[in-house]
Every structure is written in C-alpha cells, then in structure tokens.
Unconditional design. Structure first.
Lengths: 198, 198
C-alpha cells in the first residue's frame, strides 16, 4: 500500500538535505507528523523567512539580512586585512574560531575551468575594486586546500602582488583535501597563525 | 560576529529533526541558502501541506489524508487478520516488507504507567469496537520487543483471548544476516527457546 501523497512529497523534499538519504527522510517525516507538528511548522516558517530575508552582502558576498553585512559595516574590524574564502559557511567557521579580525571576501566557489567557472564568475572584478581603494595591506588566502582551492589562491595571489599588496596563504595545518567548514577551531588557529607570504 | 537572526532560527528549527545536531543543522542551513533555495522552498511547502492534509485514520489511527485510510478502505485486504503496532512508521515498515495483507490498529504508543499512559490513552476502547464487530479471527501483536512493548502485547492478548479471538505475537530471534557473536544474550535465549524442527 502506497503512502499518502503528502507524506511521499515530504520524504522526497527532505531527501535533498545534505547527509539525508531516503531512510532518514522517512524517519524525519514520521517523527514530525507523529510527534512534533509544532517543530515541523517552525522549520517551515524558518525556511520561508530565511529565504526571504537572507541575501548576499553587496561588498563581500557573505549571507546577511542587510545590504552590507555586519562584518563589513563593523567599525571594530581591521580593514587592512582581507580574508578570501570560498563560501559563507567557511567564513562562519573562521568567525567562530575568533582568530581573524579583518574583513572578508567570499568567492562563492573556486576556479574550475571545466565547469566554466572563471575569474568573472567568482566576482574577481568586485574584489579588485576592494583592493584598489588602497586600504588593504594584506590578503589572507583561505580557500580550501584542495586542488581547485590552491589554484584559486595562486591566481588571486598573483593579482594581489601585482597591486603591491602582501598575499598570504593559511598554513598547511589543515589536512590536505580537507574542507574548512568541518575543521576544528584549534587546527584553524594553527592555520591562521602559520600563514606564509605567497 | 553573530550569524544573521534568520540563519540562527533556521539552524535551531532544523536541530529538532531526529538525528540532527547543531553542526548538521548549520551545514543544512548553509547548504539550503547557498546552493538550493528551490529545494528549501520545496521542504517548507511540503511540511505545510503535510501538516494540513495528513491526519489519523478514524478506524486504525494510521496517518492518512482521508477519514478512513487506504488500507482500512481497501477491499483486497483480509479483514479477518488485525495487526497491532505502536506507530504509523512501524505500520509502514511492515507494509514495505509485503508480508501482511490484513488490517492494522495503531496504538500511537505503548503502555507506560509511569508516564500516565494507560489503556484509555492508547484507544483500547476503539480497538474493542473493531474486535466486537465479529470479523476478526486473529490479532497479530507487532508491538516492539521492548519491555513496554511486551507489556502492551501481554495486556492486549488477554483482552483478545477473552473475546474468543486468537492472539499471536511476532517471533523473537536472531535477525536475518545476524552473526551470533554479536547478538545479545536475551535475544539468544529467545532464539533457543523458540527453536523449531527443521
């Protein structure tokens, strides 16, 4: 006997979450409908609100509810240091480790010529505008330590150096192949402390 | 720097899902906002629809979009066999195994005197109405093989026998594919006690 259509639809929708397969999605669905309809409604409302309210910072691409995010508009941050990351989630990991007090620029990805992602797609022109205003004296490259992340860091470091600005790379304290979002704060701290000139 | 309020709220809401801690919830949140806003909207809509449409079958308590669920209203099911389960999710597991073609009754829990859950809370009166209409000749007790599930099965079996109806219990034993080395001693005891001639 097939399950109710609304149940099947919910199972399918939840299966799109990262780390959630059809079995977990079914478990979640029955849990919500049997035991936590209030919680289910909270999720639905929170998703709708987040989608409506959260966009990208016009300066750094971080996720924010404002035009300019709280980091870019903060006066207590060191605007001489600019950290380049691939995604907002990775920016957040660095923030939680409390090891960097400068500003960020989020690439929203990495160079990947085979997928048609070049400098333009990563908004490198927007980054150049930031660098050309003359405040930044160091760019910390915190892209992932994957092949694509390294290539992206290398590309940007050349561009940065041409402008007479110091380019540094976070240290290989982070395991090769690792993604910043899942690294513990101590390793992240080591990586920031050990950054080297490129 | 704190995350956007809408992001924090979504992380908290997702943390209520079974098997999802704060870290997975954060990962899901950023995944949805960065990469799959369409999928996020699907989840929100599917939850709202499921909450609105899906209720309990008036006869068996299964989750359904109708007054009487598709199993109870099917003419191809054997209405002489009635299977008792604790939850709609467990009913669905049995359906997916395609091993039972009778009807169900979902208790929505198990007897648990300490939590104030007695026969009334489990809708045993509703079950009695079903049994008293004279069609059922066997009640299969498929409550969980936990202490509470066993107590519940025992309680219902007495009630069923008093009405002159056969009460059966699903078999205890070693799971298919199970290796004896890793089976707990209670299960092994049950497996030996319940051994059958080959």
């Amino acid at each position: 006997m097939a399950e109710s259509k609304a149940i099947v639809k919910l199972i399918e929708a939840l299966s799109h979450l990262p780390g959630v397969g059809p079995k977990s999605a079914r478990r979640m669905t029955y849990f919500l409908l049997e035991r936590d309809r209030e919680g289910a409604r909270d999720i639905s409302v929170a998703i709708t609100e987040a989608i409506e309210k959260v966009g990208h910072c016009q300066q750094c691409n971080n996720l924010t509810e404002y035009d300019i995010c709280e980091i870019c508009s903060s006066k207590s941050r060191d605007s001489k240091k600019l950290c380049i990351v691939e995604t907002p989630a990775e920016l957040q990991s660095i923030e939680q480790a409390s090891i960097f007090r400068g500003l960020y620029f989020v690439l929203m990805g990495h160079l990947s010529p085979l997928d048609g992602i070049g400098p333009e797609e990563l908004g490198i022109d927007k980054l150049e505008v930031l660098l050309d205003n003359g405040e930044v004296d160091e760019v910390v490259l915190a892209t992932n330590l994957t092949v694509e992340g390294e290539a992206t860091a290398h590309y940007i470091s050349e561009l940065v150096r041409k402008k007479g600005i110091l380019a540094t790379r976070i240290a290989h304290g982070v395991p090769v192949g690792g993604e910043l979002e899942y690294i513990d704060r101590n390793t992240l701290t080591e990586a920031f402390t050990g950054r080297r000139q490129m």
